[in-house]
Design a protein around this ligand. Structure first.
Ligand SMILES: CC(C)(COP(=O)(O)OP(=O)(O)OC[C@H]1O[C@@H](n2cnc3c(N)ncnc32)[C@H](O)[C@@H]1OP(=O)(O)O)[C@@H](O)C(=O)NCCC(=O)NCCS
Length: 154
């Protein structure tokens, strides 16, 4: 097995792997292209000796914390250390940039994923809640909470 920065010719296989992986769902091709432009060496692929893509992962570094996203291993390649190798390589690359703590999100119902991270010595927090907001497109971008516009008479 080899772990390397994802190459252009592996992008199609990576998108297909994410789309087929439980608990993850598809990655938007434009978003992946943006990530690869911004941080090309934090998008990794694991491949076998025949070049077949076994697993993928995306790392991110914001200057303070690192994160690991979209870790996926093809079902036929699981439980043979592919994810561990991908995580080790992302950790090394983040560490080299100055990162000293990595955080990540896992769906609560993803027991296999949670066990993988526990086994990999990641601390689990049960009392953290995630918030997110979609910023839309240039045309649909919301400005301020919707409820502020809701009562123009006030
Ligand atoms: C979770 C996932 C990435 C693990 O990939 P993998 O290559 O099979 O993991 P590894 O072989 O490196 O596993 C290392 C260790 O983690 C633990 N582990 C991995 N998958 C596990 C599972 N499904 N259930 C329990 N423990 C698991 C085991 O201790 C394993 O060592 P062992 O096989 O010697 O027992 C893979 O199952 C997957 O793609 N799942 C769907 C997507 C997902 O959940 N991604 C991670 C959350 S973001």
């Amino acid at each position: 097995m080899r772990i390397d920065t994802l190459t252009d010719d592996q992008v199609g296989a990576a998108l297909a792997l994410w789309a087929a992986t439980e608990h993850l769902g598809p990655v938007d091709p434009d978003e992946l292209a943006q990530v690869r432009r911004h941080d090309p060496d934090l998008v990794l692929g694991a491949r076998d000796d025949d070049g077949r893509l076994l697993g993928v992962v995306i790392g991110a570094w914001d200057g303070r914390r690192g994160s690991i996203n979209r870790l996926a291993v093809a079902p036929s390649a699981r439980r043979s250390g592919v994810a561990q190798a991908l995580v080790k390589q992302i950790e090394d690359r983040l560490y080299a940039r100055g990162c000293r703590r990595i955080t990540l999100l896992v769906f609560a119902g993803n027991e296999g994923g949670r066990e993988f991270w526990r086994t990999s010595a990641y601390r689990e927090f049960e009392d953290v809640v995630m918030f997110s907001r979609d910023l839309g497109t240039a045309e649909t971008r919301p400005h301020g909470p919707a409820s502020i516009d809701a009562d123009p008479g006030c």
